[in-house]
Write a protein that binds this ligand. Structure first.
Ligand code: FE2
Length: 335
């Protein structure tokens, strides 16, 4: 049975034939808090005191919004102290933009209160779902890439952006299975959501690499098919390689996006090719499981920073097509 959608939220298909909503780009409205085109790190609980005490040289920090939804308390107070010294980005993990039943209004209100309080340079969420009939599933689950799912996603993005009063970024997922009834490739789904809603894109390069391996598509073709002028942030992260026997008893490998290791060489290579198309863009080093000591995380961010600095020296080519600008030598940069 179809789940009824809140009728107060305008249908995305109606918005599409008018024009995308004119939400201000994050950098335009929140200039003094803008995220620089440098490497940032995810701010995780074990590192907060050390960041406050040592003020490491890192371009910006990203939090998981849902860790800071309480209206007060020591955790939020610590975040406000961090906020004095670093640009912050808020990355959501619980909004469930793909839910057919619409968005949780209390959750939206609490996110809005957080954004008003700390004025992040960017806000983002995932193209996924995690809530059904009030049950929260602790994962970012994939959507079928159908026109019906796209309309639901766009309606929810419209709703969120209208509540927040600003543009948000949507992140491409990593996935391990695909829906047989999908009607379009993931990149087309992402691009169309951005076109219809006016949202920006968060390009997770590790997710592209993981999904490209798992579903046997060309990662560079994925990147080339996206509207790269809408990309305002990039993620890089580590992943896990697992070998298993398939139903025919043949060994296969699957890549699992666990954010629990150093960035794989193939992901740095893809990141470098993405930069050649995009030019320098805020880039987050994500590390969420087996969180290492802060210097390890900073060292990974420093690699991204060096690649960004190299790319800053050459003109960007932010349109699909074969890159015609020099691509930095990753091996040289990592030495
Ligand atoms: Fe990510």
């Amino acid at each position: 049975m179809p789940v009824p959608i809140d009728s107060a939220v305008p249908a995305a298909t109606e918005r599409a034939v008018i024009e995308p909503p004119p939400y201000p780009a994050s950098h335009a409205r929140f200039g003094r808090h803008a995220i620089p085109a440098r490497a940032g790190i995810g701010l995780r609980q074990p590192h907060i005191d050390q960041v406050l005490l040592e003020a490491p040289d890192v371009g910006w920090l990203e939090i998981h919004s849902e860790n800071y939804l309480a209206p007060g308390g020591p955790r939020l107070r610590a975040l406000e102290l961090v906020r004095r010294d670093y640009p912050l980005s808020c990355h959501g993990v619980g909004l469930s933009l793909g839910s057919a039943e619409g968005l949780d209004r209390d959750h939206l209100a609490r996110l809005k209160a957080l954004f008003d309080r700390i004025e992040p340079g960017l806000i983002s969420e995932h193209v996924s779902w995690s809530v059904a009939e009030g049950v929260y599933l602790n994962d970012l689950l994939p959507l079928p890439y159908t026109e019906e799912a796209l309309a639901i996603l766009c309606r929810n993005i419209d709703h969120a952006q209208s509540v927040f009063g600003r543009q948000m970024l949507i992140e491409n997922p990593s996935s391990y299975v695909a829906f047989a009834h999908s009607e379009m490739p993931e990149w087309e789904f992402m691009a169309e959501a951005a076109r219809r809603t006016g949202c920006a894109l968060l390009l997770d390069v590790n997710n592209i690499h993981v999904s490209a391996h798992n579903h046997a598509f060309d990662a560079d073709a994925y990147v080339a098919a996206l509207p790269l002028d809408r990309v305002e942030e990039v993620h890089v992260a580590g992943h896990f390689v697992r070998t298993f026997l398939d139903v025919r008893g043949e060994a296969r490998t699957i890549l699992i996006d666990d954010h629990g290791a150093q960035v794989d060489q193939a992901v740095w290579d893809l990141f470098t090719r993405v930069l050649a198309r995009l030019g320098p863009v805020p880039t987050l080093m994500e590390w969420d499981t087996n969180v290492p000591d802060l210097p390890v995380l900073l060292a990974e961010a420093a690699i991204a920073d060096r690649l960004l600095a190299r790319q800053a020296a050459v003109p960007a080519r932010p349109v699909p097509g074969v890159p015609d600008v020099p691509v930095p030598d990753v091996q040289e940069v990592m030495r």
